[in-house]
Design a binder for this molecule. Structure first.
Ligand code: SF4
Length: 409
Protein backbone atom coordinates (compact mmCIF):
# COMPACT_ATOMS: atom_id res chain seq x y z
CA UNK A 1 0.00 0.00 0.00
CA UNK A 2 1.32 3.44 -0.92
CA UNK A 3 0.59 6.15 1.58
CA UNK A 4 -0.23 9.62 0.35
CA UNK A 5 2.51 11.58 2.08
CA UNK A 6 0.54 14.80 1.88
CA UNK A 7 -1.92 13.16 4.31
CA UNK A 8 -3.06 15.81 6.77
CA UNK A 9 -4.85 15.33 10.09
CA UNK A 10 -7.95 17.29 8.96
CA UNK A 11 -10.09 14.65 10.66
CA UNK A 12 -8.76 15.63 14.01
CA UNK A 13 -10.45 18.96 14.32
CA UNK A 14 -11.81 18.72 17.79
CA UNK A 15 -10.81 21.67 19.91
CA UNK A 16 -7.87 21.79 22.26
CA UNK A 17 -6.38 18.39 21.56
CA UNK A 18 -5.76 19.53 18.01
CA UNK A 19 -3.44 22.16 19.41
CA UNK A 20 -1.51 19.49 21.30
CA UNK A 21 -1.40 17.37 18.19
CA UNK A 22 -0.15 20.08 15.85
CA UNK A 23 2.32 21.43 18.36
CA UNK A 24 4.00 18.08 18.73
CA UNK A 25 4.06 16.81 15.17
CA UNK A 26 7.81 16.43 15.39
CA UNK A 27 7.85 13.23 13.40
CA UNK A 28 6.07 14.96 10.54
CA UNK A 29 8.98 17.20 9.70
CA UNK A 30 12.73 17.16 9.22
CA UNK A 31 12.92 13.41 8.96
CA UNK A 32 14.86 11.64 6.28
CA UNK A 33 13.66 8.13 5.81
CA UNK A 34 13.44 5.42 3.28
CA UNK A 35 9.89 5.85 2.01
CA UNK A 36 10.04 2.60 0.05
CA UNK A 37 10.92 0.71 3.21
CA UNK A 38 8.10 2.41 5.10
CA UNK A 39 5.63 1.46 2.38
CA UNK A 40 6.82 -2.15 2.52
CA UNK A 41 6.26 -2.25 6.27
CA UNK A 42 2.84 -0.60 5.99
CA UNK A 43 1.86 -3.22 3.40
CA UNK A 44 3.00 -6.04 5.67
CA UNK A 45 1.08 -4.55 8.57
CA UNK A 46 -2.07 -4.13 6.49
CA UNK A 47 -1.91 -7.82 5.61
CA UNK A 48 -1.80 -8.63 9.35
CA UNK A 49 1.74 -9.95 9.12
CA UNK A 50 3.87 -10.00 12.26
CA UNK A 51 6.48 -7.23 12.12
CA UNK A 52 9.80 -7.99 13.80
CA UNK A 53 11.33 -5.97 16.64
CA UNK A 54 13.68 -4.32 14.13
CA UNK A 55 10.82 -3.44 11.78
CA UNK A 56 8.78 -2.02 14.63
CA UNK A 57 11.71 0.09 15.81
CA UNK A 58 12.22 1.32 12.25
CA UNK A 59 8.60 2.50 12.13
CA UNK A 60 8.94 4.07 15.55
CA UNK A 61 12.01 6.01 14.48
CA UNK A 62 10.99 6.99 10.97
CA UNK A 63 7.27 6.87 10.27
CA UNK A 64 5.32 10.14 10.35
CA UNK A 65 2.64 10.11 13.03
CA UNK A 66 -0.20 10.66 10.59
CA UNK A 67 0.92 7.66 8.53
CA UNK A 68 1.14 5.40 11.56
CA UNK A 69 -2.33 6.54 12.61
CA UNK A 70 -3.68 5.98 9.12
CA UNK A 71 -2.35 2.41 8.91
CA UNK A 72 -3.52 1.63 12.46
CA UNK A 73 -6.95 3.08 11.72
CA UNK A 74 -7.25 0.88 8.61
CA UNK A 75 -6.37 -2.17 10.71
CA UNK A 76 -8.85 -1.17 13.40
CA UNK A 77 -11.60 -0.72 10.77
CA UNK A 78 -10.82 -4.16 9.32
CA UNK A 79 -10.99 -5.78 12.77
CA UNK A 80 -13.77 -3.67 14.29
CA UNK A 81 -15.81 -2.43 11.33
CA UNK A 82 -18.55 -0.69 13.29
CA UNK A 83 -18.18 2.86 14.51
CA UNK A 84 -18.49 1.89 18.15
CA UNK A 85 -16.07 2.66 20.93
CA UNK A 86 -16.54 0.40 23.91
CA UNK A 87 -16.23 1.40 27.56
CA UNK A 88 -16.88 -0.15 30.92
CA UNK A 89 -17.98 0.62 34.45
CA UNK A 90 -15.95 -1.08 37.13
CA UNK A 91 -14.29 -0.42 40.43
CA UNK A 92 -10.71 -1.08 41.37
CA UNK A 93 -10.85 -2.36 44.94
CA UNK A 94 -7.71 -3.47 46.69
CA UNK A 95 -7.42 -6.64 48.76
CA UNK A 96 -4.43 -5.36 50.71
CA UNK A 97 -1.76 -2.69 50.38
CA UNK A 98 0.79 -4.83 52.23
CA UNK A 99 3.46 -5.89 49.78
CA UNK A 100 6.98 -7.28 49.76
CA UNK A 101 7.68 -6.63 46.07
CA UNK A 102 8.86 -3.04 46.60
CA UNK A 103 8.37 -1.80 43.03
CA UNK A 104 10.18 1.47 42.45
CA UNK A 105 7.22 3.12 40.70
CA UNK A 106 4.61 2.26 43.36
CA UNK A 107 3.35 4.68 46.01
CA UNK A 108 0.46 2.44 46.95
CA UNK A 109 2.10 -0.35 48.93
CA UNK A 110 3.14 -0.50 52.59
CA UNK A 111 5.70 -3.02 53.93
CA UNK A 112 4.56 -5.71 56.39
CA UNK A 113 4.13 -4.26 59.88
CA UNK A 114 3.55 -0.69 58.67
CA UNK A 115 0.84 1.14 60.62
CA UNK A 116 -0.99 2.07 57.39
CA UNK A 117 -1.11 -1.53 56.12
CA UNK A 118 -4.60 -2.95 55.67
CA UNK A 119 -6.57 -5.96 54.51
CA UNK A 120 -10.01 -5.02 53.18
CA UNK A 121 -12.85 -6.50 55.23
CA UNK A 122 -16.02 -8.11 53.93
CA UNK A 123 -18.07 -5.20 55.26
CA UNK A 124 -15.87 -2.78 53.32
CA UNK A 125 -16.27 -4.87 50.16
CA UNK A 126 -20.03 -4.87 50.63
CA UNK A 127 -20.09 -1.09 50.86
CA UNK A 128 -17.93 -0.78 47.75
CA UNK A 129 -20.01 -3.30 45.78
CA UNK A 130 -23.34 -1.66 46.70
CA UNK A 131 -21.89 1.64 45.49
CA UNK A 132 -20.55 -0.04 42.33
CA UNK A 133 -24.04 -1.33 41.50
CA UNK A 134 -25.52 2.13 42.17
CA UNK A 135 -23.13 3.61 39.60
CA UNK A 136 -24.07 0.95 37.04
CA UNK A 137 -21.06 -1.34 37.34
CA UNK A 138 -21.09 -5.12 37.60
CA UNK A 139 -17.41 -5.90 38.12
CA UNK A 140 -14.68 -5.52 40.70
CA UNK A 141 -11.13 -5.14 39.44
CA UNK A 142 -9.66 -6.70 42.54
CA UNK A 143 -5.94 -6.35 43.07
CA UNK A 144 -3.47 -5.90 45.87
CA UNK A 145 0.05 -6.31 47.13
CA UNK A 146 2.15 -9.42 47.55
CA UNK A 147 1.18 -10.04 51.17
CA UNK A 148 3.64 -12.54 52.67
CA UNK A 149 0.94 -14.30 54.69
CA UNK A 150 -2.08 -14.39 52.38
CA UNK A 151 -2.08 -17.69 50.55
CA UNK A 152 -4.47 -19.39 48.17
CA UNK A 153 -7.13 -20.13 50.82
CA UNK A 154 -7.46 -16.44 51.65
CA UNK A 155 -8.30 -15.64 48.01
CA UNK A 156 -10.52 -18.64 47.32
CA UNK A 157 -12.49 -17.97 50.52
CA UNK A 158 -12.79 -14.29 49.60
CA UNK A 159 -14.00 -14.99 46.06
CA UNK A 160 -16.52 -17.59 47.27
CA UNK A 161 -17.88 -15.28 49.95
CA UNK A 162 -18.25 -12.33 47.57
CA UNK A 163 -20.00 -14.55 45.02
CA UNK A 164 -22.31 -15.92 47.72
CA UNK A 165 -23.51 -12.39 48.49
CA UNK A 166 -23.47 -11.15 44.88
CA UNK A 167 -23.84 -14.04 42.40
CA UNK A 168 -23.93 -11.65 39.42
CA UNK A 169 -20.80 -9.77 40.41
CA UNK A 170 -17.87 -10.32 38.04
CA UNK A 171 -14.40 -10.70 39.52
CA UNK A 172 -11.60 -9.47 37.30
CA UNK A 173 -9.03 -10.25 39.90
CA UNK A 174 -5.33 -10.44 40.72
CA UNK A 175 -2.78 -10.52 37.91
CA UNK A 176 0.20 -12.67 36.89
CA UNK A 177 2.55 -11.35 39.61
CA UNK A 178 0.01 -12.09 42.35
CA UNK A 179 -0.80 -15.52 40.89
CA UNK A 180 2.92 -16.27 40.78
CA UNK A 181 3.39 -15.02 44.36
CA UNK A 182 0.51 -17.17 45.66
CA UNK A 183 1.85 -20.18 43.73
CA UNK A 184 5.26 -19.71 45.35
CA UNK A 185 3.73 -19.45 48.83
CA UNK A 186 1.79 -22.66 48.25
CA UNK A 187 4.34 -24.65 46.29
CA UNK A 188 1.89 -25.02 43.40
CA UNK A 189 2.34 -24.47 39.71
CA UNK A 190 0.50 -21.62 38.00
CA UNK A 191 -2.17 -23.84 36.46
CA UNK A 192 -3.04 -25.44 39.82
CA UNK A 193 -3.38 -22.03 41.47
CA UNK A 194 -5.44 -20.59 38.63
CA UNK A 195 -7.71 -23.63 38.53
CA UNK A 196 -8.60 -23.20 42.20
CA UNK A 197 -9.08 -19.46 41.83
CA UNK A 198 -11.38 -20.05 38.86
CA UNK A 199 -13.38 -22.67 40.77
CA UNK A 200 -13.78 -20.15 43.62
CA UNK A 201 -15.18 -17.41 41.36
CA UNK A 202 -12.39 -15.75 39.38
CA UNK A 203 -14.00 -14.67 36.09
CA UNK A 204 -11.15 -12.99 34.24
CA UNK A 205 -7.48 -12.26 34.86
CA UNK A 206 -6.20 -8.69 34.27
CA UNK A 207 -2.86 -8.21 32.55
CA UNK A 208 -1.50 -6.28 35.51
CA UNK A 209 2.14 -6.00 36.45
CA UNK A 210 3.55 -6.47 32.96
CA UNK A 211 5.37 -3.12 32.97
CA UNK A 212 7.98 -4.01 30.31
CA UNK A 213 8.48 -7.72 29.75
CA UNK A 214 12.26 -7.82 29.73
CA UNK A 215 14.26 -8.88 32.76
CA UNK A 216 16.72 -5.96 32.52
CA UNK A 217 13.86 -3.51 33.06
CA UNK A 218 12.18 -5.64 35.72
CA UNK A 219 15.42 -5.88 37.71
CA UNK A 220 15.57 -2.09 37.73
CA UNK A 221 11.97 -1.24 38.60
CA UNK A 222 10.20 -4.31 40.00
CA UNK A 223 12.82 -6.77 41.16
CA UNK A 224 10.47 -8.30 43.75
CA UNK A 225 7.90 -9.35 41.18
CA UNK A 226 7.80 -12.32 38.86
CA UNK A 227 10.20 -12.15 35.92
CA UNK A 228 9.01 -11.76 32.35
CA UNK A 229 8.98 -15.49 31.62
CA UNK A 230 6.91 -16.18 34.72
CA UNK A 231 4.45 -13.41 33.80
CA UNK A 232 4.01 -14.91 30.35
CA UNK A 233 3.73 -18.46 31.72
CA UNK A 234 0.89 -17.44 34.06
CA UNK A 235 -0.95 -16.09 31.02
CA UNK A 236 -0.25 -19.25 29.02
CA UNK A 237 -1.72 -21.29 31.88
CA UNK A 238 -4.76 -18.99 32.11
CA UNK A 239 -5.43 -19.39 28.39
CA UNK A 240 -5.19 -23.17 28.71
CA UNK A 241 -7.86 -22.98 31.42
CA UNK A 242 -9.98 -20.72 29.17
CA UNK A 243 -9.65 -17.78 31.53
CA UNK A 244 -9.94 -14.58 29.51
CA UNK A 245 -7.10 -12.13 30.10
CA UNK A 246 -5.91 -8.74 29.01
CA UNK A 247 -2.39 -7.43 28.40
CA UNK A 248 -0.76 -4.15 29.33
CA UNK A 249 2.42 -2.13 29.07
CA UNK A 250 3.68 0.63 31.34
CA UNK A 251 6.20 2.64 29.37
CA UNK A 252 8.17 5.86 29.55
CA UNK A 253 10.61 5.02 32.36
CA UNK A 254 13.90 3.08 32.04
CA UNK A 255 13.10 0.93 29.01
CA UNK A 256 14.69 1.27 25.59
CA UNK A 257 12.60 1.55 22.43
CA UNK A 258 13.75 -1.96 21.45
CA UNK A 259 12.46 -3.31 24.75
CA UNK A 260 8.99 -1.92 24.05
CA UNK A 261 8.95 -3.90 20.81
CA UNK A 262 10.31 -7.03 22.49
CA UNK A 263 7.33 -6.68 24.84
CA UNK A 264 4.92 -6.62 21.88
CA UNK A 265 6.54 -9.69 20.34
CA UNK A 266 6.35 -11.66 23.60
CA UNK A 267 2.64 -10.91 24.02
CA UNK A 268 1.91 -11.74 20.41
CA UNK A 269 3.71 -15.07 20.75
CA UNK A 270 1.69 -16.09 23.82
CA UNK A 271 -1.50 -15.06 22.06
CA UNK A 272 -0.63 -17.19 19.04
CA UNK A 273 -0.22 -20.24 21.33
CA UNK A 274 -3.66 -20.01 22.97
CA UNK A 275 -6.17 -22.80 22.37
CA UNK A 276 -8.60 -21.97 19.56
CA UNK A 277 -11.62 -21.82 21.85
CA UNK A 278 -9.91 -19.52 24.37
CA UNK A 279 -10.24 -15.77 24.02
CA UNK A 280 -6.71 -15.29 25.32
CA UNK A 281 -5.67 -11.66 25.53
CA UNK A 282 -8.88 -9.86 24.70
CA UNK A 283 -7.29 -6.42 24.87
CA UNK A 284 -4.03 -4.52 25.08
CA UNK A 285 -3.87 -1.41 27.27
CA UNK A 286 -0.68 0.66 27.32
CA UNK A 287 -0.19 3.47 29.82
CA UNK A 288 2.53 5.90 30.72
CA UNK A 289 4.64 5.75 33.88
CA UNK A 290 3.26 8.17 36.48
CA UNK A 291 6.27 9.57 38.29
CA UNK A 292 5.01 11.79 41.14
CA UNK A 293 6.75 10.93 44.45
CA UNK A 294 7.91 7.53 43.19
CA UNK A 295 11.28 6.10 44.26
CA UNK A 296 12.18 5.81 40.60
CA UNK A 297 11.83 9.56 40.31
CA UNK A 298 13.28 10.54 43.69
CA UNK A 299 16.31 8.23 43.67
CA UNK A 300 17.08 7.64 40.00
CA UNK A 301 15.62 10.89 38.66
CA UNK A 302 13.43 9.03 36.16
CA UNK A 303 10.64 11.25 34.84
CA UNK A 304 7.69 10.54 32.64
CA UNK A 305 8.87 12.43 29.56
CA UNK A 306 6.30 11.00 27.17
CA UNK A 307 4.28 13.53 25.18
CA UNK A 308 0.75 13.19 23.89
CA UNK A 309 2.21 12.40 20.50
CA UNK A 310 4.41 9.64 21.96
CA UNK A 311 1.30 8.02 23.38
CA UNK A 312 -0.65 8.38 20.13
CA UNK A 313 2.24 6.77 18.24
CA UNK A 314 2.47 3.94 20.79
CA UNK A 315 -1.23 3.21 20.37
CA UNK A 316 -0.88 3.10 16.59
CA UNK A 317 2.17 0.86 16.85
CA UNK A 318 0.28 -1.40 19.28
CA UNK A 319 -2.40 -1.97 16.64
CA UNK A 320 0.29 -2.60 14.03
CA UNK A 321 2.46 -4.90 16.16
CA UNK A 322 -0.38 -6.90 17.74
CA UNK A 323 -2.58 -8.03 14.86
CA UNK A 324 -3.81 -11.00 16.91
CA UNK A 325 -5.14 -8.89 19.81
CA UNK A 326 -8.44 -7.43 18.70
CA UNK A 327 -9.07 -4.62 21.20
CA UNK A 328 -6.65 -1.77 21.79
CA UNK A 329 -7.60 0.55 24.65
CA UNK A 330 -6.54 4.15 25.17
CA UNK A 331 -5.70 4.88 28.80
CA UNK A 332 -7.48 8.21 29.34
CA UNK A 333 -6.76 7.77 33.07
CA UNK A 334 -3.05 8.44 32.52
CA UNK A 335 -2.96 10.58 29.34
CA UNK A 336 -6.27 12.46 29.61
CA UNK A 337 -9.44 12.38 27.57
CA UNK A 338 -8.25 14.68 24.79
CA UNK A 339 -5.21 12.59 23.87
CA UNK A 340 -7.27 9.42 24.22
CA UNK A 341 -9.83 10.84 21.76
CA UNK A 342 -7.13 11.23 19.10
CA UNK A 343 -6.05 7.63 19.73
CA UNK A 344 -9.53 6.52 18.61
CA UNK A 345 -8.55 7.72 15.12
CA UNK A 346 -5.23 5.89 15.23
CA UNK A 347 -5.86 2.29 16.25
CA UNK A 348 -7.73 2.34 19.58
CA UNK A 349 -11.32 1.08 19.73
CA UNK A 350 -11.86 1.06 23.48
CA UNK A 351 -11.92 3.72 26.19
CA UNK A 352 -11.45 1.43 29.18
CA UNK A 353 -13.37 1.91 32.37
CA UNK A 354 -14.70 4.94 34.22
CA UNK A 355 -12.98 3.52 37.35
CA UNK A 356 -15.26 4.38 40.25
CA UNK A 357 -12.25 3.83 42.50
CA UNK A 358 -8.58 3.65 41.54
CA UNK A 359 -5.73 3.89 44.05
CA UNK A 360 -2.53 2.80 42.33
CA UNK A 361 -1.72 5.05 39.35
CA UNK A 362 -3.71 7.86 41.02
CA UNK A 363 -1.24 7.68 43.92
CA UNK A 364 1.53 8.48 41.42
CA UNK A 365 -0.13 11.48 39.81
CA UNK A 366 -2.79 10.36 37.28
CA UNK A 367 -5.44 13.09 37.73
CA UNK A 368 -8.11 12.31 35.11
CA UNK A 369 -11.69 11.23 35.77
CA UNK A 370 -14.85 10.40 33.79
CA UNK A 371 -18.43 9.65 34.84
CA UNK A 372 -20.79 7.45 32.82
CA UNK A 373 -22.11 10.60 31.14
CA UNK A 374 -18.85 12.37 30.42
CA UNK A 375 -17.10 9.29 28.99
CA UNK A 376 -19.93 8.89 26.48
CA UNK A 377 -19.84 12.58 25.61
CA UNK A 378 -16.11 12.31 25.00
CA UNK A 379 -16.53 9.29 22.70
CA UNK A 380 -19.29 11.07 20.75
CA UNK A 381 -17.21 14.23 20.49
CA UNK A 382 -14.48 12.15 18.86
CA UNK A 383 -16.99 10.94 16.25
CA UNK A 384 -17.90 7.49 17.56
CA UNK A 385 -20.85 5.71 19.10
CA UNK A 386 -20.28 4.75 22.75
CA UNK A 387 -21.10 1.17 23.72
CA UNK A 388 -21.07 -0.08 27.30
CA UNK A 389 -19.42 -3.50 27.59
CA UNK A 390 -18.35 -6.06 30.16
CA UNK A 391 -14.88 -7.54 30.66
CA UNK A 392 -15.53 -10.22 28.00
CA UNK A 393 -16.51 -7.42 25.58
CA UNK A 394 -20.16 -8.45 25.61
CA UNK A 395 -22.41 -5.43 25.05
CA UNK A 396 -24.39 -4.15 28.04
CA UNK A 397 -27.39 -1.85 28.27
CA UNK A 398 -26.88 1.12 30.55
CA UNK A 399 -28.85 0.27 33.73
CA UNK A 400 -32.08 2.28 34.01
CA UNK A 401 -31.50 3.30 37.61
CA UNK A 402 -27.86 4.33 37.15
CA UNK A 403 -26.64 7.24 39.30
CA UNK A 404 -23.93 9.61 38.09
CA UNK A 405 -20.91 9.67 40.35
CA UNK A 406 -19.91 13.03 41.80
CA UNK A 407 -16.23 13.56 41.06
CA UNK A 408 -14.89 15.65 43.91
CA UNK A 409 -11.23 14.65 44.02
S1 SF4 B 1 3.01 -2.42 42.06
FE1 SF4 B 1 1.97 -4.11 43.13
S2 SF4 B 1 3.59 -5.62 43.44
FE2 SF4 B 1 4.63 -3.66 43.05
S3 SF4 B 1 4.96 -2.73 45.08
FE3 SF4 B 1 3.01 -1.93 44.29
S4 SF4 B 1 1.49 -3.30 45.17
FE4 SF4 B 1 3.46 -4.35 45.32
Amino acid sequence: MIINRTFEPQKYEFNSQNAIFKKSLKFQKNQTFDSMQLDTLYSKALQFEFLSVEEGVFLHENAPTTELMHVANELRKAQKPDNKVTWQIDRNANTTNVCIANCKFCNFFRPPGHKEGYITTIDEYKEKIEELFKYGGNQLLLQGGHHPELGLKFYTDLFKELKSYYPNLKLNALGPPEVHHISELEGLNHAETLYQLKEAGLDTLPGAGAEILTDRVRRLISRGKCNSQQWLDVMRAAHQLNITTTSTMMFGHVETIEERFEHFVQLRQVQSEKPEDSKGFLAFIPWTFQDVDTLLNKIRGVENATTSEDYIRLIALSRIMLPNIINIAASWLTVGGKTAQICLHGGANDFGSIMIEENVVSAAGAPHRFTYKTIQESIKEAGFEPQLRDQEYNQREIPENIVEQVINY
